[in-house]
Design a protein around this ligand. Structure first.
Ligand code: ZN
Ligand code: ZN
Ligand code: ZN
Length: 363
């Protein structure tokens, strides 16, 4: 059975369990997960309606119908198209059962959501993620293959980072080189963070005109999708000998990363993984410098559930994939982060990124 047909079946079970009438999705990761189709949102709505009972319908503007037929996996799905002067929502609304709450895609444009509400008064009351997020959080075998493959691709880019770092080159120049390397083995570039010296204290720093200088820590956080599945990997490099205290702080960071990864296994909650990494940082006096959650789920989106953060009670299950990425950020001075993607296995953890994690001094 093809993967998307199986996923649509699992979604219907969840729709019925949740007592929903239907789920209505626009373009985006949920739709791609359920049909394999990577289509962009536009002013002409594309909508997948999955009812609890009845036949799913994919509604597209007429000009997109050839592409939908070619690119979407539609076994058991009716394809309907509408013309330029038709009500674009009529076919979608007709596919929604007469009763039951309607859950709409979290990323559906509000224009479409408001029009749907007008057609279905009082019924559009839920977010689709209530039923799609738990499904997407547990990767199937072919998704895990894709995530391993893209992790290996970004490992290969990190192997080439030391050759790009030289005093006098700007963050932006290094970032442009990295973007070109990422494109070699990814569909596209999702993000490139090169944060040097004091800029390393900003976790999501945008690479700029600052030239690299001897003594800089250089945080390199890069990623992109391959066949839709994302990589996201951080290593911290050091240009020339690190100043006093850096080696010690970085050793704490590595220990925190190791403790986070070691905590990963089925049955543990997401927040316990965060606590395991954070405890190491806090014990060494770096708790306040660890500004963000320990990690995030990853798949068709760079950031998706489960969130590895205090208060997140999600119980880890085999097939969940997420980052473990402790960091420390000392404003005006320096920063560092280590980020690996991990997968929960039947009895523990698989680390998808393989490159060494120690502080790499680039002479
Ligand atoms: Zn981030
Ligand atoms: Zn990252
Ligand atoms: Zn990340």
């Amino acid at each position: 059975m093809d993967a998307t047909l199986r996923r649509r079946g699992l979604l219907v079970e969840r729709i019925l369990d949740a007592d929903l009438g239907a789920v209505v999705l626009g373009p985006g990761p949920d739709l791609r997960y359920l049909t394999g189709w990577d289509v962009h949102e536009s002013e002409r709505p594309t909508l997948l309606v999955v009812p609890g009972r009845g036949t799913p319908v994919l509604v597209v503007p007429a000009l997109e119908a050839p592409r939908a037929r070619a690119d979407a996996e539609l076994a058991g799905v009716d394809l309907r198209s509408y013309g330029e002067t038709d009500d674009p929502l009529a076919a979608a609304v007709a596919a929604v059962p007469a009763t039951g709450a309607v859950a709409v895609g979290d990323r559906l444009w509000s224009t479409t959501t408001l029009d749907l509400q007008a057609h279905l008064p009082g019924r559009v009351t839920e977010r689709a993620s209530r039923v799609t997020a738990p499904l997407r959080a547990v990767k199937d075998a072919e998704e895990l293959v894709a995530l391993r493959e893209v992790a290996a691709a970004i490992d290969a880019v990190h192997r080439r980072v030391p050759g790009l770092l030289r005093p006098g080159r700007t963050e932006a120049e290094v970032a442009a080189d990295l973007a070109a390397l990422i494109r070699e083995d990814h569909d596209e570039v999702a993000f490139v963070i090169v944060a040097a010296g004091p800029n390393a204290a900003s976790p999501h720093h945008h690479p700029g005109a600052r030239p690299l200088a001897l003594g800089d820590a250089v945080v390199v956080d890069i990623g992109g999708p391959l066949r839709g599945y994302h990589s996201d990997m951080t290593r911290t490099y050091h240009l020339g000998p690190p100043p006093p205290g850096t080696v010690e702080a970085y050793a704490v960071l590595e220990a925190a990363r190791d403790a986070g990864v070691a905590a990963v296994r089925p049955g543990v909650t997401a927040e316990e993984v965060d606590a395991a990494a954070r405890a190491v940082m806090t014990a060494a006096g770096l708790g306040d410098a660890f500004l963000h959650r320990t990690g995030h789920g990853i798949g068709l989106e760079v950031h998706e559930p489960p969130w590895i953060v205090a208060g997140e009670g999600t119980v880890l299950a085999p097939g969940m994939t997420f980052s473990v990425e402790p960091g420390y950020y000392l404003a005006g001075r320096t920063g560092a982060r280590i980020e690996d993607i991990v997968a929960v296995t039947a009895d523990g953890v698989e680390v998808l990124n393989r490159e060494p994690r120690g502080l790499r001094v680039v002479a």
